[in-house]
Design a protein around this ligand. Structure first.
Ligand code: URP
Ligand code: ZN
Ligand code: ZN
Length: 455
């Protein structure tokens, strides 16, 4: 064996137990007591939790958006990811008009492959399925990209009809559709109204996208998936009405998956009353306390399937474009390095269990998105391993993050417990505050087709 991690406490979604882990050729090859190999490098993990690397199934790295490009390029974003214990990152490859889905992947991968410091996968952001383009979804699945995202908002969002068509095609070709659900017409109408009334500060970003703007769209999206008896993945779910719709659909037996993000679990719409409110502008916006409570309750009862970040940071001068007009603020916030430590910190504080964190940050995204070599500490899986110190206290600051952005909504947040080492396929990439990996070492993860569960 090349590496043995000894004496740690392994956490899976269902078990917590003491064992050593042996690694050879980037894979976990042994789990047991008193593993021994004189040729192996040995790491003593006494007193530490040994966890799978997290999977962040929702990030936007160097994405053209909001009149600029998000502040973390592939290297900075993936470097930050591994420093927060996330070893696989999903990025969005946004389709161009008239472009086949595989060409979209190849174009994006040409940018990503030389820079990635974590493993990575893509969802395709669908824009155009006219003519034969819709059939190229199957080619993308064969290529290893078995998920697509449709946006119900933004200037590149799709119509309801296109969304439905894509849902139907996905069912037949082994793909999963993710949806950004907000009612576009309502958002546009409310934005225009507030601006015309001189209501221009960042509070009106929230006021133009209140709870029901998202909840109604969630309900509609779920309705269409139900009518096709097909799976649907709701990204960045942030509101109570949507949570209730997801719970109901699950109870009825439909494969409706929901993702939420740490920012919705930590902040409420009160942030839009702050002086730096524009820095918190993202879509959907943070919601009221009732919605936040509903998200935590849904996590606890198993109705939130995954946690992801929607990492899409912008620099301060870009956020400042919207000082006098909230519609000019590029939408998105940082989080790629914070997700796993934040959720693990909640476990350390007794809010949820460590097993639950491993389930929703690692095992579930791996199984929902077909990352067959990822998401758990089992023999044969990639040796993506995080050593976690329950006693290490950490205060988030832009200065101790490993991204390229110049501010963070998480500034000053104290976290109880923190990752101390991250291994990507057995290679040490993060060591006590330092990135020790390499640009370009991340691999494209070819994923299995989505296995649709029908009612
Ligand atoms: O505000 C956000 N979420 N920006 C990124 C794009 C998206 O909607 O996911
Ligand atoms: Zn979105
Ligand atoms: Zn997003």
């Amino acid at each position: 064996m090349g590496l043995i991690i000894k004496n740690g406490t392994i956490v899976t979604p269902t078990q917590t137990y003491k064992a050593d882990i042996g690694v050879e050729n980037e894979k976990i090859v042994a789990i047991g007591e008193n593993l021994c190999d004189n040729n192996a490098k040995t790491v003593d993990a006494s007193g530490k939790l040994v966890l799978p690397g997290a999977i962040d199934a929702h990030t936007h790295l160097e994405m053209p958006f909001g009149g600029t490009i998000s502040a973390d390029d592939y290297f900075a974003g993936t470097r930050a990811a591994v420093c927060g214990g996330t070893t696989t990152v999903f990025d969005f490859a946004l389709q161009d008009f008239d472009e086949s889905m595989v060409d979209t992947i190849k174009r994006r991968d040409a940018l990503c492959a030389p820079k990635a410091a974590s493993d990575y996968a893509f969802h395709i952001g669908v824009k155009d399925v006219h003519g034969d383009l819709i059939n190229t979804m199957k080619d993308a699945v064969d290529y290893g990209v078995s998920s697509f995202k449709v946006f119900m908002v933004y200037d590149f969002g799709v119509t309801d009809g296109v969304f439905y068509q894509v849902l139907e095609k996905a069912k037949s070709c082994g793909a999963l559709i993710g949806v950004h659900a907000e009612n576009n017409d309502m958002v546009n109408m409310l934005c225009k109204k507030f601006i015309s009334e001189g209501k221009t500060d960042a509070w009106y970003h929230y006021a133009s996208r209140p709870e029901w703007v998202e909840g109604e769209a969630d309900e509609r999206a779920i309705q269409w998936a139900k009518s096709l008896n097909t799976s649907l993945y709701i990204v960045h779910l942030a509101n109570k009405q949507g949570v209730e719709a997801v719970t109901k659909a699950k109870q009825e037996g439909y494969a409706i998956y929901a993702e939420t993000c740490p920012q919705y679990l930590e902040f409420t719409s009160d942030v839009y009353k702050r002086d730096d409110a524009r820095n918190f502008v993202c879509s959907p916006p943070m919601k009221g306390k009732e919605s936040q409570d509903a998200l935590w309750a849904a996590i606890k009862r198993g109705d939130i399937d995954t946690i992801a970040t929607d990492h899409c940071p912008f620099q301060q001068h870009e956020k400042d474009w919207g000082k006098d007009d909230f519609t000019k603020i590029p939408n998105g916030c940082a989080g790629i390095e914070n997700m796993y430590p934040y959720m693990l910190g909640k476990a350390n504080d007794g809010v949820i269990s460590f097993n639950k964190v491993v389930e929703i940050c690692c095992a579930n995204p791996a199984s929902i998105f077909g990352c067959t070599s990822k998401g758990s500490l089992d023999i044969g899986k990639d040796a993506d391993i995080v050593l976690y110190d329950k006693d290490k206290n950490f205060t988030i600051s832009v200065d101790n993050m490993h991204s390229d952005y110049d501010h963070t909504i998480w500034e000053g947040k104290a976290i109880h417990g923190y990752p101390v080492q991250t291994y990507l396929r057995g290679h040490l990439v993060y060591d006590n505050g330092e990135f020790v990996g390499e640009k370009g070492m991340g691999k494209f993860i070819k994923r299995a087709p989505h296995r649709h569960k029908t009612k």
